[in-house]
Design a protein around this ligand. Structure first.
Ligand SMILES: Nc1ncnc2c1ncn2[C@@H]1O[C@H](COP(=O)(O)OP(=O)(O)OP(=O)(O)O)[C@@H](O)[C@H]1O
Length: 672
């Protein structure tokens, strides 16, 4: 019998192995099963045999972690049907499921104790100088141009000590080894601390997450001192004080991890809400509560308890399964994520879809929101997400602009999106660190003309050369962007069959597979990650040495975010793009971007860029010279007599401004 991977199949395998059941395919019904006299009353997992029988809590009957199936295609049947190539991860590690959802720091599975995200419980505090993260090259940021616009802009600071963030948060900043604020932090944190709304644009990898997290945590700490009361509307509804929205599950998880670090021992609690994967992909553990055999020897699971953290699964829902020789009469779902949420939340980090679900089920109320942050705000307000964001921000119970503080952050901010975003803001300050939508010159950019049919062999050459130059012949972490999910799978397969350790991340992979692929990449086990744009934004993966745009995106802003996965926090990086006739419309913005970042533009690319038929449609974020990027300064964006510079929200509650300016059309499929 082949091993299978869904929770039900795991149960089947486990049951079949342990009970030595007969092979008859009995599709027993509830009635038939009840009538059968069982040959054994209760299943005891192998590790609990020889112990006294117990009818105690489920933990006593733990059957082990559900499988991680990222490499399950090898050596056994896979429900997913597609072999996966997370190099080596499937060998000897048991698939690694125990390191999956449940191992994400901070959840602490049902215990109230706050997990130390720094793992430094025993560490005595070191002097500041010894802690400095030597990888950070702050000088790289010193001469970066900064522009602010809006009324009464608070002055920037040069050190964290100048800002009153609160002792507990300051301690965590030291634990993070942040010695001094990055430019976006120097400006954005004082602005936010004075309660002003903010639209901030700063280069990839320049510390925007902390720039919105610090004021939120510090503000909530102050609110705790004032013992802010939350409404009592049914124990199951929670009232977060801050909401941080991001476009992908992985980014939400990452922000949550960061928020947990920053808020450690501050009394501020951050919870993440994402999900949407089918039940069998979300199960952490399963327990047999009651299992019997029919006279024919078929296993009948009278009751199975699943422990899940997918917020979509209500606790204790009952299912009846009838699969081949296995009958499951009832499944109880113990939803650890919902329970975590029910214990209370100050900062809710979420993807929009999951949040809408929670709002509709009255699990979350936004009535108490004091802080709203949109990370990758331009992405959150483009055609794909805008309706959901409007629903969350304008049509539920969130306080309007002026009564809440709103912070929008991204590395790119097209003017059309700025205009939409202004609906969510009141009297806001616009902050641009570096040119809006520019890339950092920490990233060396190369563009090579490669015909479609030559791309694979060219990539192979790059990767081999890189390995030859690497430390002890090791492959440096390389992120390869392609345009489609199918393209990602096919390239991964090809790399793998050519002995290059690759995995993929894209929207057709299960959440478990996505997370496993990311972990495998980060750890260096699978140093080549083939990705769609689902990995283009926000992900902070240390030591990514090389980003390859195997397929260039249609939009220059997407290019900016993609290459921004390398060259982060002051470190240098390399980005190579394969360009051919199909990318002609990107020639002009690409060569402009490269010039701005002091990169050498190949003569052939300049010639493409100079052709009048190319490059017209693809606008640069913000556009124009430095200093003209706040859309409120551009008269063509003013609506009638309303004065956007002053920033009062003209469109609150209204319908979308209908942005349709060629943004994201080729990208949507990659973002789920
Ligand atoms: N003040 C600081 N000192 C040292 N490191 C910092 C500081 N602030 C942030 N970092 C580190 O810099 C890295 C990049 O930060 P972050 O992920 O917030 O960048 P970002 O601007 O949000 O990038 P992106 O545009 O790609 O989302 C992280 O590893 C973070 O821990």
């Amino acid at each position: 019998m082949n091993k299978k991977n869904s929770w039900a199949d795991l149960a089947a395998n486990s049951a079949a192995e342990n009970i030595n059941a007969g092979s008859s395919a009995n599709n027993g019904s509830v009635g038939a099963t009840s009538a059968a006299s069982p040959s054994r009353s209760t299943y005891v997992p192998p590790h609990l045999r020889n112990r006294a029988p117990s009818s105690g809590p489920p933990a006593a009957a733990y059957s082990g972690p559900a499988s991680n199936n990222d490499r399950s295609g090898y050596g056994g049947g896979s429900l997913l049907g597609v072999p996966r190539n997370d190099f080596r991860s499937g060998y000897g590690s048991g698939g690694g499921r125990a390191g999956g959802l449940g191992n994400r720091g901070g959840w602490d599975r049902g215990r109230e104790r706050e997990v130390n995200p720094f793992g430094d419980d025993d560490e005595t505090e070191q002097p500041f100088s010894e802690q400095e993260n030597t990888g950070i090259n702050f000088d790289a940021y010193e001469d970066i141009p900064v522009e602010t616009s809006g009324e009464n802009v608070p002055p920037a600071v040069n050190t964290f000590a100048e800002i009153d963030l609160g002792e507990a948060l300051n301690l965590n900043i030291r634990r993070c080894k942040y010695v001094k604020p990055t430019p976006v932090q120097r400006h954005a944190i004082p602005i936010s601390l004075t309660g002003r709304d903010l639209m901030a644009c700063a280069q990839t990898g320049s510390g925007k997450t902390a720039a919105f997290c610090f004021p939120i945590i510090s503000g909530i700490m102050k609110m705790q001192d004032q013992s802010v009361q939350r409404p009592l509307r049914g124990a199951r509804t929670v009232y977060p004080l801050a909401l941080i929205l991001s476009p992908t599950r992985e980014l939400s998880m990452q922000i949550h991890e960061e928020a947990k670090k920053f808020s450690y021992q501050t009394g501020v609690k951050a919870v993440v809400a994402y999900g949407g994967a089918p039940i069998h992909q979300q199960v952490l553990y399963y327990y047999f509560l009651d299992l019997q055999l029919t006279p024919h020897g078929s296993p009948v699971i009278l009751s199975l308890l699943l422990v899940s953290r997918d917020l979509a699964l209500p606790s204790f829902q009952f299912y009846v399964f009838d699969q081949k020789s296995l009958v499951v009469l009832s499944v109880k779902v113990l939803n650890t994520a919902l329970r975590e949420l029910e214990r209370g939340v100050d900062i809710l980090v979420a993807t929009p879809g999951r949040l809408v679900d929670l709002l509709e089920r009255a699990r979350v109320s936004l009535q108490m929101i004091k802080y709203l942050a949109l990370d990758e705000a331009d992405r959150m307000l483009d055609m794909g997400f805008e309706p959901q964001i409007r629903k969350i921000v304008e049509q539920m119970d969130m306080p309007p602009p002026g009564l809440r503080q709103t912070m929008l952050f991204s590395a790119t901010f097209p003017k059309e999106i700025q205009r939409l975003a202004s609906d969510f803001l009141a009297s806001y300050i616009f902050l641009a660190v570096g040119r809006v939508g520019s890339s950092t010159d920490l990233i060396a950019q190369r563009v090579e003309f490669v015909h479609e049919s030559d791309k694979r062999s060219h990539l192979m050459d790059l990767l081999h050369a890189q390995r030859a130059n690497g430390v002890q012949g090791k492959q440096a972490l390389t992120l390869v962007f392609v345009e489609t999910k199918k393209g990602a799978d096919s390239l991964e397969h090809w790399l793998y069959s050519n002995n290059l350790p690759a995995t993929t991340i894209h929207g057709d992979r299960s959440q478990q597979e996505r997370e496993h692929a990311l972990r495998s990449f980060k750890s260096g086990n699978t140093p080549i990650l083939v990705a769609t744009d689902v990995a283009a934004r926000g992900l902070d993966i240390p030591h990514v040495a090389h980003v390859v745009n195997f397929d260039l995106p249609n939009d220059i802003d997407d290019y900016v975010h993609r290459i921004g996965r390398t060259g982060r926090a002051g470190n240098s990086g390399l980005a190579t793009a394969f360009f051919n006739e199909g990318n002609a419309s990107l020639a002009r913005p690409l060569s402009e971007l490269m010039q701005e970042a002091n990169q050498e533009v190949p003569a052939w690319l300049s010639r493409y860029a100079a052709r009048p038929s190319f490059g017209g449609k693809n606008r640069r974020s913000g556009g124009g010279r430095f200093g003209g990027r706040d859309f409120r300064r551009d008269s063509s964006f003013n609506r009638g007599s309303s004065d956007y510079y002053g920033g009062s929200s003209g469109g609150y509650g209204g319908a979308s401004g209908g942005y349709g300016g060629g943004h994201g059309s080729g990208v949507t499929s990659a973002w789920d």
